[in-house]
Design a protein around this ligand. Sequence first.
Ligand SMILES: Cc1cc2nc3c(=O)[nH]c(=O)nc-3n(C[C@H](O)[C@H](O)[C@H](O)COP(=O)(O)OP(=O)(O)OC[C@H]3O[C@@H](n4cnc5c(N)ncnc54)[C@H](O)[C@@H]3O)c2cc1C
Length: 479
Amino acid sequence: MKTIAEASRKTPVLCETDVVVIGGGAAGIGAALSSARSGAKTVLIERYSFLGGCQTLTFNPSFSFIDDHIQGGVVQELIDKLIEGKAILPSNAGGIKEHWSTREGCYYFDAEYYKRLLDILMAEAGVKMLYYSYAVDAAVEGGSIKAVVIETMEGRQAVLCKSVIDCTGIAELAWRAGAECEGEEGYPDDRFGPFKGQHMGFGYGYYLRNLDYKKFREFAEENPEEFDGWVKGRKLFQEEKATGRLHSLRDSLIFQEYEDGRVWMLSPGYSIPKGRHPWEADLITEATVDMRRQAWSIFELCRERIPGFEKTEISVTPTRLMFRDSHRIVGEYKITEKDIYSGRTFEDSIACCNMPPDYFYPNGSHKFDFNLTPYDVPYRSIISKDFDNLLAAGGAISMEFIPFAALRYCVPAMCVGQAAGTAAALASKEKVAPKNIEVSKLQSKLASQGFVTTNKNLDPALVEMYRKRTKSWGGGFGM
Ligand SMILES: Cc1cc2nc3c(=O)[nH]c(=O)nc-3n(C[C@H](O)[C@H](O)[C@H](O)COP(=O)(O)OP(=O)(O)OC[C@H]3O[C@@H](n4cnc5c(N)ncnc54)[C@H](O)[C@@H]3O)c2cc1C
């Protein structure tokens, strides 16, 4: 590979803090709020101009697989605030609702309300926000990160810190800082047939406007098989793909229509060729162009063929793609497939999760696997083995590919983020590195935040309900 030498430079220090959280998605929201509320001086660095990450940036305005016997904490607080603000949208999201023990399992919300709400909550908690700031490197001394280097409109600047929480979803800071990371492998073995060695690929949602809602609903009710479920238009896609007119990775339509004429479209996807990786700039560019072409092709098909869509227009496509599997830190412990499928309990567990693995296949199909009961996330899996003050949350924690397919999701990301933020604040208060905190103290702090830290504390009747659900749902559903 050809290289060039860059001039060495002195980087100005922008500010000094206890805890730096990088990335303002679900994981970063949980981390920054809990760190600041636990008394640590906290800076949240976000590349774009709003919070929410994939929930607002790539248009997944939702929380799914909510079970308030399990999550508590920031997740429950945000849902309460969205309900209070009348920002929850109606949805027909599959058969999830009736299976969850208390509240509905799936919430779709108004993303613009959510962005504003998050700005307010960060300000109230005293988090220092840095938007338009891209974390690109770290200053490392011994086994610790001393500063995070960011690119801003003013150039390169440094944020001095005691702890760092990588909430980029893709371990971007950890990787750039030189912490050992993995994530090259994609689908790991022969069980995944032709997909072995391939990444899950990219996805996103986009919006249409001007749907004639009433007309579409009448049509959907007259054609329930084809148009009234979560997955729609299978025959239509087959026909149109056969003519060569439709450009789509998926073989079906997924959308959610709203009475005000908005349609949330979820269909474009991109299959990453074997041997290529989602962090390659030219590949991401090709994918972006291709997915925009898919978005237009799918929209034009709907406008032409589905009653109610005649006057629709694309109102917005996202600024960037959603990256599914990418880098993950190598931690003090790596969560295994066996751990989550056996519902393993860990003494150092800091979050309990009910999210099932969700396999996005490179051919555009997708399958949940419900064959599991709530499982634990051990503290050691969120600490980098290389740096004693580098934590991760969301899709960047230390785990095999299969647990990644579950733990990257919004609710576990926010819960693990909350645990990481509380841990970093505790470390700062006790003047030790996060690697050296007493986990039992962290567990009691989290419990006092209304948070369930281990499946050991769940009512056995609830665990039994999950076991039964596995049977009644036949293991999973796909699309
Ligand atoms: C269309 C769609 C549908 C989905 N459906 C569901 C669903 O039904 N249920 C569910 O739970 N999940 C779903 N997901 C996935 C879910 O949204 C994500 O897994 C989750 O939001 C990830 O949260 P995160 O905080 O770990 O990462 P992200 O949301 O990716 O947030 C990372 C943040 O970090 C910022 N960032 C990254 N690198 C840097 C850097 N170097 N410097 C500064 N900032 C940086 C990014 O800008 C971003 O804001 C869906 C996603 C999409 C796009």
